[in-house]
Design a protein around this ligand. Structure first.
Ligand code: GTP
Ligand code: MG
Length: 207
């Protein structure tokens, strides 16, 4: 996959900072430390475009990246993670209003990618979030991260367990490893498909 350009557009602590854009947008959602910023970097083949850290809670603002890839010209959005320890109620509320505000109001949003560490079970945070997205008819995809941490048999078992936990939600799933660059072509294919659908719908709206 050829990436022609990947650059930070803006980092937003509040809704009023969100950029105007007529590009399809793809957001990375999930628990803190699950690997959102790493997956974004792996997709765009840049080591530290989005800042990663082994300390949870690294991404506190919403970061918008303009990405021109061979298959799509889109905005990738790195959202702050939830679920890290030692946060005050006020910080939790501020995460919720920032992220929900983004997800609810961004008409360019063509895909929300929910990341899930392949080694962990889904928690209520993930299932509630998936149901919340479905209620709002926001297209979603579940990506299992850090597949390199498991051997093949163990990985298969975990994928089966996670699929069972997702139940009958009609949602696509992908297994990835940012470190081993696994699953990235499939992920770009999913992004391309949603971006193209969004572009043809918005072109039809303009006619
Ligand atoms: P927040 O910004 O806190 O919400 O976290 P995040 O979801 O952006 O996670 P980040 O990408 O910063 O990664 C967290 C840690 O997991 C880092 O130490 C990464 O190096 C590690 N990590 C991410 N992806 C992978 C992967 O595919 N394999 C392995 N082994 N480690 C990974
Ligand atoms: Mg991050």
């Amino acid at each position: 996959m050829k990436i022609r350009r990947a650059e930070l557009l803006v980092s937003c602590p509040r809704k009023s900072f969100f950029p105007d854009s007529d590009r399809p947008e793809v957001a990375f959602l999930g628990r803190s430390n699950v690997g959102k910023s790493s997956l974004l970097n792996a997709l765009v083949q840049r080591k530290q475009l989005a800042h990663t850290s082994s300390t949870p809670g690294k991404t506190r603002m919403i970061h918008f990246f303009d990405v021109e890839a061979e298959v799509a010209h889109c905005t990738l959005v790195d959202l702050p993670g939830y679920g890290w320890a030692r946060v005050s109620r006020r910080e939790r509320d501020s995460w919720q209003s920032l992220v929900e505000g983004y997800l609810e109001e961004r008409s360019q949003l063509c895909l929300a990618i929910l990341l899930q560490d392949i080694r962990r079970d889904l928690s209520e945070d993930e299932t509630l979030l998936l149901d919340w997205l479905a209620e709002r008819k926001i297209e979603a995809l579940v990506v299992f991260t850090k597949a390199d941490k498991l051997k093949t048999m163990q990985r298969k078992k975990r994928v089966a367990a996670l699929r069972a936990q997702l139940g009958d939600r009609p949602i696509a799933k992908l297994v990835t490893s940012s470190q081993k660059r696994q699953g990235l072509d499939e992920l770009w294919r999913a992004i391309r498909e949603k971006a193209q659908t969004w572009e043809s719908l918005s072109a039809a709206d303009l006619e």
